[in-house]
Design a protein around this ligand. Sequence first.
Ligand code: SAM
Length: 248
Amino acid sequence: MTAPWNASVLTLFPEVFPGPLGQSLAGRALERGIWSLAAENIRGFATDRHRTVDDTPFGGGAGMVMRPDVLDAALAAVADARPCIYLTPRGVPLTQARVRELADGPGVVLLCGRYEGVDQRVIEARGLVEINIGDYVLSGGELPAMVLLDACVRLLPGVMGAAESADEESFAAGLLEYPHYTRPAEWQGRRVPEVLLSGHHAAIATWRRQQSERITRERRPELWAAHQSALRPAVISGAPVATVPGAP
Ligand code: SAM
């Protein structure tokens, strides 16, 4: 590991990495050594001759559970100062704030589950941070790992150029992003909002802000409520102008 930000992924399917992370922004950053990626096969840490990584659940029920001894050996082989994360539907949600925090650190160790998931004791013994990428169930942790890595890598210094700044993206200030338009100015009878053609920067900024607020209010009431409550103390103290919730 020599890059400024290092990712180790423990998986039963190391061959699927880097996959889409080898393309575009993340792929170029990987080539330039801004981050490193090592995908380790969990099966390599099994000790029996069949390379068994799972077993039936105590207490009965459907499916198989990944063994704690095999996972512990795999984690021991890569663990260092980086946070060790288990991708799981029952984890805390992956938010842009968490992504930012992880991107600001030394990197991550990611454990990808399969089957019914992993034995609880290894989660506790290794102090794994449980993270969920959305409220639905996938077949394995590989896609969630890629999602987390892509979100982090694009925030690493030098990955995005000025033209791709994260400052105005969704979630950066606790709001969803405003709509975008490009040429032609009229397409299938639909005109680009006049204000965007006006060249009036302050009016454009106001329009975009209003659109962000409207979209957030309509689509994500919980984000809107959080945004409103972050705004409230500053308004009461008489300093509403500088308040942009979630802004650095
Ligand atoms: N029995 C588990 C449950 O009900 O929560 C689901 C296991 S799922 C079939 C297999 C693996 O996929 C999990 O161990 C986890 O690593 C990964 N996975 C599935 N959905 C996920 C999600 N929404 N977020 C993060 N990881 C997920």
